[in-house]
Write a protein that binds this ligand. Sequence first.
Ligand SMILES: C[S@@+](CC[C@H](N)C(=O)[O-])C[C@H]1O[C@@H](n2cnc3c(N)ncnc32)[C@H](O)[C@@H]1O
Length: 266
Amino acid sequence: MQPMNHDQAPGTLVGVGVGPGDPELLTLQAIRALRSADRVAAPAIAHDVPGRAEQVVRAAAPDVEIIRLVFDMTPDSTPGGAEARDASHVSAAAAIAGWLASGETIAFVTLGDPNIYSTFPSLARAVARLHPSVRIETIPGICAFQALAARSGTVLLDGTESLALVTALDGTEHLAAALDDPERAVVVYKGGRHLPAISAMLESRGRLAKAVMGELIGMSGERLEPVARGARREASYLATVIVPPTSRGGESAAAGTASAPPGEVP
Ligand SMILES: C[S@@+](CC[C@H](N)C(=O)[O-])C[C@H]1O[C@@H](n2cnc3c(N)ncnc32)[C@H](O)[C@@H]1O
């Protein structure tokens, strides 16, 4: 498809984060953006199957009309998988570019935050290729790991500790490197299938005791457990693991040492 004319109405594409699953974690700003958009689109695996982000919006703002855009989810390992996925991206981008051509504002909803491991950036790039004058904006969403920290009573970071957010779709390689620093909290996304291997690695590094996992957080079928217990069986794709830093010694998570510069209330 040819890029459209620069003189046309710019149109705005807004990636709207809807949080991890609990409709109460959809922000007021997100709801305002959804209600004021000309169209709201949501990713789906089929036209007759609502996606997770759509379900969150339906529960929080049932008045918002949602258009499903089908995204192929065939894994790379399946022959033709990457091509099928690319083709579905291109056709979703073409639909959005068509609406933008008349100057519309299109909201595209994503689980969690649109700038963290989301379909939105690659979709936005594909749309910009077809409609170069598009304005791209995002509205932040609460991430699954934040919800898991809250639900499990885990202080994720304190003082000078740092955070690594890694993925484990193909195994524990990235996790291994991230665990080297005891002052680093590690969050693992996309690791449900490898939960038993993640648990074994945490145990061998002395990091298992305080690690927690959450599957389908805020959704039906939710499972929240210490990794030591939950790793007896694999979890689905929508599973998150938090490994707190070990350098806090014997302190309980809730008794962290909140510190702030002079004059600032922590
Ligand atoms: C494609 S990433 C999407 C991340 C999302 N954009 C965010 O900001 O949290 C998918 C991964 O996010 C995590 N995730 C998202 N929602 C979740 C939920 N409700 N419960 C558990 N994990 C979730 C899982 O690790 C999953 O494999």
